[in-house]
Design a protein around this ligand. Sequence first.
Ligand SMILES: [Zn+2]
Length: 258
Amino acid sequence: MLDDTSSAVPYAEDANSDVLRRPPRREFKARGSFVERCEGCNLPTLNCLCPFRVEAQSRAQVWLLTHPLEHHKPTNTGRLIGDVLPATEVFTWYRTAPDARLLSLLADPRYAPFVIFPDDQPDYAERVVGMDAVVRSGQEDKIPVFIIIDGTWRQARRIFRKSPYLDALPVLPLRTQRQTRYRLRKPASQAHLCTAEVAIELLRQAGDIDAAEILDDYFDAFNDSYASSRIYHKIEQPTAAMHRLLSRQRREAASTAE
Ligand SMILES: [Zn+2]
């Protein structure tokens, strides 16, 4: 527990200490069972996120390696990435049974995968690369892939250490000044970003500016919608991020109608 909250790691759903204090399954039930949820976005229907969903294109792809306990949490932000970037892959991590599709994608020469992880331990220092390696892989006609481990910090470290198929991959630490804007779980530090925020900053640094901005707005809309529903407040006036998403949708609709 101390171990978790004291590490200055840019991951952060782990900042979320309630995961560690009680079984997440129970927490999810306790919170979820009284609330009517939208089947499309899994948010409370009071402030459904569906009207703000916008898809984007990006050169880089995101593959999520998700801890099984994280999948069913409605506050999970990893799923927002897949809503915006249709090429996103989501794999559930099981220690003894690696996902067969993930293994075949890792062996596919079209992709240049990078594991996103802090470079705070010496034993894999020779695998650590910078964003320039991502840009280079794009120039070599490969599809850069950010493999983001989606779980608490403790879960993420376990996944990183206990997945032999990740051992050969370059490790890309996310370096950013961003402070988290995630409002649904309490971070141990403002420097701990949630999974969607990690993806946003990676895309931005890799040059996928449009995708990063759309995902950032969608993440904001998610945050505000969810946080308002928790206090039974219906958002009547769309926020600035919601406005930008809606006008993107209108522009897209107009251009496909032409
Ligand atoms: Zn919805």
